[in-house]
Design a protein around this ligand. Structure first.
Ligand SMILES: *[C@@H]1O[C@H](CO)[C@@H](O)[C@H](O)[C@H]1NC(C)=O
Ligand SMILES: *[C@@H]1O[C@H](CO)[C@@H](O)[C@H](O)[C@H]1NC(C)=O
Ligand SMILES: *[C@@H]1O[C@H](CO)[C@@H](O)[C@H](O)[C@H]1NC(C)=O
Length: 318
């Protein structure tokens, strides 16, 4: 509604109603190499009973269900520089697992079963959720059920943001603003559109837009999603609607995005975008941070599972 009210801005917006392809097909381009690290848990080399041999070397984390029924069977954590982790999806190894990751959305229908499970005394249950409270159904009986949380909020035990800023490598330092042929773009997520978009196309389209509307679906502290990090990685300026500017600045440089609250009205915002469209030097100011930094997007589910494993390996006492 923020945008719709402004006829001025609407004239210049490219709308992309999309339904992204299945998670299997949607690795961002820079994560493509992760695919090659997938191994099935059936290969003998990967089958490690957790309490056998050197415990330091073998933390077993069971993914109760792959988030959004993600089809991956096993991923190596070595890409995150985390060693000695085994992520498994096979519940027959439940009793051996040091940790079990439960994705909130996937326990909607079967949480009463969890209350019945017997729990190995040292095993840690981890509640994993990346949706804001507005989109997380409260389930009775979950209080005190879990030992740890893995969440986008900085006060969770295992903090997994949707993305983050890292120091630029020499390759990144050669960053050039991509060619632009659209002014403002807005991707609308949902199942009620029959247009499909592959991740490759998605990142390509974003990079061709001068501005990207990074409007969160609800406003909560630290709830800053891939809607911010996708344009930042793609060389596009995000126009954000979400928590206050100060909260964003705790995650990314203040001059890397435009916040809607900096403007008194949608018209003023539209005028500013049009001004930047006409003034390349002003527009380029939004990329000065790229001289030293770049942005990364987290890998849904896998970053969490590996973070959990890392945490458990470093917190053996309780
Ligand atoms: C492991 O092997 C069994 C039997 O060979 C098979 O039924 C199962 O689907 C395999 N699991 C994975 C994750 O590959
Ligand atoms: C990986 O971990 C090793 C050992 O802790 C450390 O020396 C190295 O700098 C890390 N590499 C990266 C890319 O983080
Ligand atoms: C995990 O939480 C459960 C339920 O509160 C508790 O019984 C169990 O002792 C805890 N386990 C660990 C390893 O902290």
């Amino acid at each position: 509604t923020y945008v719709i009210r402004s006829g001025l801005l609407l004239n210049t917006i490219y709308l992309f109603p999309v339904w992204l392809l299945s998670p299997d097909a949607e690795l961002p381009p820079h994560l493509e190499n992760l695919k090659h690290t997938q191994k099935t848990i059936n290969s003998t080399a990967e089958k490690h009973p957790a309490h056998e041999g050197d415990e330091l070397d073998s933390i077993l984390v069971l993914i109760w269900m792959w988030p959004f029924t993600h089809p991956l069977t096993q991923m190596s954590c070595s890409l995150f520089n985390i060693t000695g982790c085994h992520l498994i999806g096979d519940r027959s190894q439940y009793a051996q697992a040091h940790g079990v990751m439960f994705h909130h959305r996937e326990i909607h229908n079967n949480w009463p079963d969890l209350l019945e499970l017997s729990r190995p005394p040292l095993q840690k249950w981890v509640w994993m959720n990346m949706e804001s409270p507005a989109n997380s159904q409260k389930l009775p009986g979950l209080d005190n059920l879990f030992n740890l949380t893995a969440n986008y909020r900085r006060d969770s035990d295992i903090w997994v943001p949707y993305g983050w800023i890292v120091e630029a490598s020499n390759d990144n330092k050669a960053f050039k603003i991509p060619k632009k042929d659209k002014l403002v773009c807005w991707f609308i997520y949902g199942g009620h559109f029959d247009r499909y978009q592959s991740k490759q196309d998605y990142f390509k389209i974003i990079s061709n837009c001068k501005f990207y509307l990074s409007f969160e679906n609800s406003i909560y502290k630290d709830y800053i999603t891939e809607k911010l990090y996708n344009p930042l990685t793609s060389g596009t300026v995000p126009v954000v609607l979400g928590p206050p500017r100060e909260n964003y600045e705790e995650f990314v440089p203040g001059n890397s995005f435009i916040h809607v609250v900096d403007f008194r009205s949608p018209e003023q915002l539209a005028d500013h975008l049009k001004l930047l469209d006409q003034n390349q030097e002003m527009y380029e100011q939004y990329f000065t941070w790229r001289t030293h930094f770049t942005a990364k997007v987290s890998y849904f589910g896998v970053d969490h599972a590996c973070g959990i494993c890392d945490y458990i390996s470093k917190h053996k006492s309780y």
